[in-house]
Write a protein that binds this ligand. Structure first.
Ligand code: ADP
Length: 139
């Protein structure tokens, strides 16, 4: 996957609240092109692997439970400087710290249930995108 791509998930809280459309609108209005997209659900093993970097943190169990409790929207997005620009669009991890106009400011509930994921590096974007999508599902 080229470095002008990033990977996102609309997390279970936002799907439950009916915010898929609103979030996708902010993503496309933000200049991102959807390369791949699907509604899917993480298994416990998927979530433990995805968030392995946080496995020693006190919130790890809560995070895995949250991320597996219902469907997510997984997507690959394309834009110049995609990883950094998407992190700007989603805002700080804690919605209390998120800037006005960001997705998390508008749709996140708490530091844990924060509506969206955005990859933190080109390398992770490629790994995370390839986990969910085959080459023939990337357009
Ligand atoms: P980001 O998603 O902004 O890159 P992190 O990589 O630090 O943030 O954390 C991954 C995810 O773990 C967060 O998006 C959030 O869902 C959850 N998380 C982070 N910190 C906490 C916390 N203190 N309590 C509960 N959940 C947390």
């Amino acid at each position: 996957m080229a470095s002008n791509r990033t990977f996102t998930m609309i997390k279970p809280d936002a799907v439950e609240k009916g915010n898929i459309g609103g979030i996708l609108n902010m993503i496309t209005e933000g200049g991102f092109r959807i390369v791949s997209m699907k509604l899917t659900q993480l298994t416990v093993a998927d979530a433990q692997k995805f968030y392995a970097v946080h496995s020693e943190r006190p919130f790890f169990g809560e995070l895995v439970e949250f991320m597996t409790r219902g469907p997510i929207v997984a997507a690959i997005l394309e834009k110049d400087n995609a990883v950094e620009d998407f992190r700007t669009l989603i805002g700080a991890t804690n919605p209390a710290d998120a800037a006005e106009g960001t997705i998390r400011k508008k749709y996140a509930t708490s530091i844990g249930e924060n509506a969206v994921h955005g990859s933190d590096s080109d390398e992770n974007a490629a790994i995370e995108g390839a986990f969910h999508f085959a080459g023939r599902e990337m357009f």
